[in-house]
Structures are given as C-alpha cells and as structure tokens.
Design a binder for this molecule. Structure first.
Ligand code: ADP
Ligand code: NA
Length: 336
C-alpha cells in the first residue's frame, strides 16, 4: 500500500485544522506504516499559485505547515514529507499528461466551475489544469490509494481516467505504466465550529481571535477562550438528542468528545445536568493538557527555519528517487 496525499500550505493553524485534517494524517501514517505500507505527504505549494498569492507568505506558510505536521506526529523517518516544488518531476509529469487529459474532462470538474464562477475568462490556466497536476502528484509515485473527501472524488476519477487512457494509448496490455489509484476512505474527520456561535466553521479567516483556538495558544489563552465561548444558560442534557437546537453546546461537547477519544453520549453521561460553569473549565483543561506537548514542539520548530528546510530537503530527495523511474518511463513511452 502506498498512499499519496497533499495539503495546501496555510498559516495561522487552529484546532479545526488539527482535528479536521492533520490528526487524520497522523492516524493514517501510523496505520499504514504498521501494515508495511508507505505514506508520502506533500505540501501543495505548486497548487497554491493557481490562485492569487503573496510569494513571501507562501514560503512562510509552507514552513509553518511542516512545523505543525511534525509537531502533531508526522514522522519524517516513517513518512516521506516534502514540498511539491522541490520535486520538479510533478510539473514535468503534468505537462506530459496534458497530452492525454481532454478539455471536456476538465470542463466537467465541479470544483473548477465553483471556483471560477461566472468569470472563467479571468482565471489562471493553472486553476483549470490543477486536476491534471493532482493526477501527476499521485501517478508519479504509483500510488495505490489516495485519501479523498467528498469534494475530491471527481478529481481521483479524473486521475484514473488519465492513467487508463495513457496506458491504453502508449503501453502494451501486459505492461501498463500507471497504477490506477483507489480511494482510501479516511476516518471521519471532526468538523469544529467557531467558539463565537457554534454554527460557522472555526476558521483562520474569522476576524475575531476569540472564535478559534490557535495552535500557538498556550494553556492560559486556551482556558480563557473556552470560558468566554458563547453558550446558553441551560444545564447540559444527559443524551445527544437534548443538544437539538443548541449549536454552541453541541460544538463544545463534540470538541470534548474528540479530544477525549470518546462519544458525545459518553461525555453527556458524565456532565448531564451540570451547567457550563462546571463543564467549561474541564474542557479547557483537557484541551490545554492534550495540546501542550504539540504546542511546545510547534512553537520551537517554527522558529527553526534551518531544521524545517532540512526536513523538506531530505523528504524531497527521497521523493525524487521514487519519482524518476516513472517519469523516465513516461518520456520513453511517448517517444521523447
Ligand atoms: P480555514 O478554514 O481556517 O481557512 P483551510 O481552508 O486552510 O482552513 O483548511 C485546511 C484544512 O483544515 C482542510 O483540510 C480543512 O478541511 C481543515 N479544516 C479547516 N477548518 C476546519 C474546521 N473548522 N473543522 C474541521 N476541519 C477544518
Ligand atoms: Na478556508
């Protein structure tokens, strides 16, 4: 089993990023490497230029994301952790696959339609051909599995269509070049809501810092934010059905359950009948305790650009070694 997955380098990481995305990568690494498989995780910095961006921010965000991933438990000795732009084979293979991908296939991508909206003419060509780069990202390593959420299923299908057409057009039946990757259904990710109202996603773009718990927040900041989180005056119900119509309460209970590795019902069995005055300090402690070691590593690592660059350099070297044979075979198959 070889899993390839990319993440956009974003800055200002928060609890939602951790519980909704990064933690799943760590779980996948542990599961896959225990089974003798291999995970390749990359920072999708080449994808980032398909939208308007600030160059200095992109490199800072790439480093920050690496610091967060390593602090949260991605182990650069067990997983191959790298950034796309240091492995030029991604861009090269994309160009070669552009000869196989069809305009009609890309025109049908719902993400393209959503992101471009009514202004297709004004979009970068990169935004349109982004799914071909995604195909190259996984086909380059002969990935057997790719983790996909609902919104990425169509892009994985496209990668399979490109691989299949290339194999049909340029390879003999008994020696196909590309492995058709299967979807890997990741463990269900938590969706964490804003501490301000419980209905909007916790997000870095919320102007209020009190709406989210940042990966850089220390124990005091965490406790203060949890205590100030919006709630209602009712006591907690003793089972999940009683959270109906109480978005803020549901969010805090859900966060507690995810952090404690238990269910909403089990949390309510403990706290049912109590008010938030009793529950919030317990949630604050649980968050602060669980996040403290991560926070400590993260804060130290993000100061250490040399260490972060060394991690990416070493990972990129390993990735290139895996990528070169497939890229060479692709050139050869095309008569180049
Ligand atoms: P933001 O919404 O803060 O801009 P991004 O869109 O950069 O975050 O998301 C980066 C990753 O973190 C994505 O995989 C996304 O699904 C996940 N993520 C972001 N916010 C949340 C949240 N509130 N709950 C769960 N997952 C989240
Ligand atoms: Na976002």
């Amino acid at each position: 089993m070889r899993i390839v997955s990319g993440i956009q380098p974003t800055g200002n990481l928060h609890l939602g990023n951790y519980l909704g995305a990064i933690r799943n990568w760590v779980a996948m690494q542990d599961q896959v490497s225990a089974g003798g498989g291999q995970c390749l995780y990359f920072l999708a910095d080449l994808h980032a230029i398909s939208m308007p961006h600030v160059p200095a921010q992109l490199s800072a965000n790439t480093r920050e994301m690496v610091a967060a991933l390593v602090a949260c438990g991605i182990d650069p000795d067990r997983s191959i952790l790298f950034n796309q732009s240091q492995v030029p084979q991604h861009a090269e293979l994309q160009w070669l696959l552009n000869g196989t991908a069809r305009m009609g296939w890309l025109n049908r991508m719902t993400q393209w339609k959503d992101k471009a909206g009514k202004n297709r003419e004004g979009q970068s060509v990169a935004l349109f051909t982004y799914p071909v780069l995604q195909a190259a990202d996984v086909l380059l390593y002969q990935a057997t599995h790719v983790p996909v959420g609902e919104d990425q299923k169509q892009h994985l299908e496209l990668a399979r269509d490109i691989a299949q057409k290339f194999n049909n057009d340029f390879c003999t039946e008994d020696a196909p070049l590309f492995t058709l990757p299967e979807p890997y259904i990741p463990p269900e990710a938590a969706r964490i809501m804003s501490l301000r109202d419980g209905t909007a996603k916790m997000s870095k773009s919320d102007p209020s810092d009190m709406s989210r718990i940042n990966m850089t927040d220390d124990a005091d900041a965490i406790m203060q934010k949890v205590k100030k989180a919006k709630t209602d005056p009712e006591p907690l119900p003793s089972e999940a059905a009683g959270l109906e119509g109480r978005a803020e309460a549901r969010n805090l209970i859900a966060i507690y359950a995810v952090m404690a590795g238990t269910t909403v019902d089990a949390v309510l069995a403990d706290f049912g009948g109590q008010g938030f005055g009793a529950f919030k300090p317990r949630l604050g402690e649980l968050l602060a305790e669980t996040l403290a070691p991560i926070n400590e590593r993260f804060v130290a690592l993000r100061e250490d650009n040399a260490a972060l660059d060394a991690i990416l350099r070493a990972g990129s070297e390993k990735a290139r070694a895996l990528a070169v044979p497939t890229l060479n075979a692709t050139y050869a198959a095309l008569g180049l």
